[in-house]
Design a protein around this ligand. Sequence first.
Ligand code: PMP
Length: 434
Amino acid sequence: LASAPVSTRAPRATLSPALKQATPVVVDHATGSWIHGTDGRDYLDFTTGIGVTSTGHCHPRVVAAAQEQCGKIIHAQYTTVMHQPLLALTEALGEVLPDGLDSVFYANSGSEAVEASIRLARMATGRPNIVVFQGGFHGRTVAAASLTTAGTKFSAGFSPLMSGVHMAPFPYAYRYGMDEASAVEFALRELDYLFASRVAPIDTAAMLIEPVLGDGGYLPTPPAFLQGLRERADRHGIVLIVDEVQAGVGRTGRFWGHQFAEGVTPDILITAKGIASGFPISAIAASTELMSKAWPGSQGGTYGGNAVAAAAGVETLAVIRDENLVENARVRGDQLLAGLQEIAARNPRIGDVRGRGLMAGIEFVDPAASGAVPVADAAAAAAVQQAAIGHELLTLTCGPLGNVVRLIPALVVTEDEITAGLKRFSDAVDDALA
Ligand code: PMP
């Protein structure tokens, strides 16, 4: 392998300690489900850049599309001149977006798209408040951090945050010791209680939810909960925003994560991450009627809808279709979950295993603790995540309490790669918790 020349000079600048790195790996190159380190080791990548490299690392078709676009035009600011890749991406998105969400615009990141959706919902309704659900992650810009309840590390120390954000419970059945139906009933009643006690529906612009809580603990949103939100949104004239940044684009085994909830169509859908296999682009989609409530010029940005990212997005969607990757996510996700359940059955410190498609969460707890809610064991999760690196498997932790390990393989992952990942994960659990 060709490795980068190593300088012997003391560095004149170094990376900020504000960046916390989950692994010591330095990438030389990467392909498919694999990261090849400058240390000469081959790591099975079950992080995919936090759910971004949907078609695997450097899919040849995506690489070719981006290279070709670089030779045509790299940046054509889309509120100045339009470019072909963005028209093509809009057409391709039209094939996969739910009926009725026929108007789209673009930004660079999930956070920016989340902010754009809040601007739109407030402009459309003339109302100030946004209801979010405990454990939701919506980004790191100040407004997006204001909407995030996946951990205080995302918002502590730089208040005041954006006003008008109110948090309702999420139906976290395992934590509450409830079955799913009871957790949904509890969370919907608490939402109604919030509407009655503090946040009047007539002052509420939007409810914002992820189809699977991502950074907040890899918890699938029960379909009945989303249906309950849809019903309340309709009843009160509230905009339902579904943040598909991490769960969208095939990852759950359906094209959109919210499609598990029969009959639910969001008013605004936000997508990013997997949409362009690693190139930065995000999109928000809504009905033309809703979009037209925003002032012309009230949305946009210098780099939004970049031409190379858009070309990569067009090819990503084509690869997902041609290689049947949504179906692959479903089948390989079932294999992953079944294997994890076997590992959990042998280890009492794994309190819960859950997932949808290729989003799997393993929650570590203290099995000796008593009480109404499980006692998190963040040290166990961290030890397993670190031990996995030694077995050349890359994973991440998540959850407000840091006690969940999450596995996010590429949508192209093979049966053998899932089998290998499960073996490596099992070895890491044995090493870390023996
Ligand atoms: N929403 C969700 C559901 C996410 O998972 C993330 C990123 N982890 C974001 C928003 C923010 O996206 P970005 O980091 O691109 O700003």
